[in-house]
Ligand binder design. Structure first.
Ligand code: UDP
Length: 325
């Protein structure tokens, strides 16, 4: 019999790319998503339920009709800057609702979860590249949300025999063009789509701060192709299925690019100049985030294949131009 995976937030950017991969591997995929980020989901390979992922009736119905083997949980509010302005919404969605989901799993005897965490749990890292030994010091409500859930997962694992893998993403980027799976947040806040739209529409791209402690003064980030992220989820579930202990992993490409370097790279891919404006810092941003992903490579055997920056930008550019939903 096919194994069944419940994917809250599976119509989102990383969720949909992972859900597709699970389907390709022969799983039955059930997505619960309220399309909060303004995206559309027109794919026949998943059972799609448009709802809040904590809707009691919806969950009761899913759990009574299916034997859920595992949950992959992506449903979250994601903008770091917004989390500083609206912590209430972020704690409600990312913490309270996720705890409800965990309770529901416990009540229905679902024992495995792969959780979308973030490198934001570390705040300003003590050591770069950033391995899992860095102390937790989140500076944004978003990072604190993710850390709250990681603590809860540990407690639930100890008390209720839940097994989890928490994946601490760095910056997801790029698209799966063939399967029409790319970034479609509304409003968009991420650097790559905003840069590419500035180029495409002859609009201004705003650099948020040039006085960071980096070589050129702009923030440095680690961009990882969404297909490599999706593959890590598959391996995480396989690891749990094989009896692996609950665990957490950093997940990035291990290369760092400043905002100014990203602008150069995007201009090269698009073969066009971008109009730029220097603006104030965005609240919640840290200077440098570059992953040390050795742990996930060693323990899960994860090998990134698509995270070369030019390939990331090429697929993102193609997505921006065609965007067939
Ligand atoms: N950024 C920027 N202008 C923008 C959007 C983002 O300068 O219009 C910067 C942002 O300050 C950060 C980096 O680009 O240093 C990556 O931001 P993004 O929102 O893409 O991801 P985050 O790191 O917040 O998850």
């Amino acid at each position: 019999m096919k194994k069944t995976i419940l994917i809250p937030g599976g119509a989102g950017y990383i969720g949909s790319n992972t859900a597709y991969l699970m389907y390709k591997l022969g799983y039955k995929v059930i997505i619960v998503d309220n399309l909060f980020h303004g995206q559309s989901f027109n794919h026949s390979w998943a059972e799609f339920i448009k709802a809040d992922f904590t809707d009691n009736e919806v969950l009761k119905n899913i759990f009574s009709k299916n034997k859920i083997d595992a949950v992959m949980h992506f449903a979250a509010l994601i903008e770091v800057g917004e989390s500083v302005k609206r912590p209430r919404d972020f704690y409600n969605n990312n913490v309270i609702k996720t705890i409800k989901l965990l309770n529901c799993m416990v009540d229905h005897g679902v024992k495995k979860i792969v959780f979308s965490s973030s490198c934001a749990v570390y705040g300003n890292p003590v050591k770069i590249p950033l391995d899992e030994d860095n102390p937790y010091n989140p500076i944004s409500p978003y990072g604190k949300n993710k850390l709250c859930i990681e603590f809860a997962l540990k407690d639930y694992a100890d008390a209720y025999d839940l097994q989890y893998v928490s994946l601490r993403y760095f910056n997801a980027a790029g698209a799966n063009i063939k399967e029409r799976l790319g970034e479609q947040h509304n409003p968009e806040t991420h650097i790559i789509p905003l840069m590419l739209r500035a180029i495409k529409n002859n609009k201004i791209f705003k650099i948020f701060g040039t006085n960071y402690k980096t070589e050129d003064g702009t923030c440095v980030r680690d961009y990882i192709h969404v297909k490599d992220l999706a593959q890590a989820h598959v391996l995480a579930l396989k690891y749990l299925d094989n009896g692996g202990k609950s665990n957490f992993f950093n997940l990035g490409s291990e290369a760092g690019y400043s905002v100014k370097q990203m602008i150069q790279a995007a201009q090269k891919i698009c073969n066009k100049e971008m109009k730029i404006e220097i603006c104030d810092r965005r609240p919640g941003d840290v200077d440098i985030l570059i992953a040390d992903s050795s742990k996930i490579k060693k323990v899960l055997g994860w090998i990134p294949k698509y995270s070369d920056l030019d390939f990331i930008l090429q697929t993102a550019w193609e997505w921006e131009q065609k965007k067939i939903l």
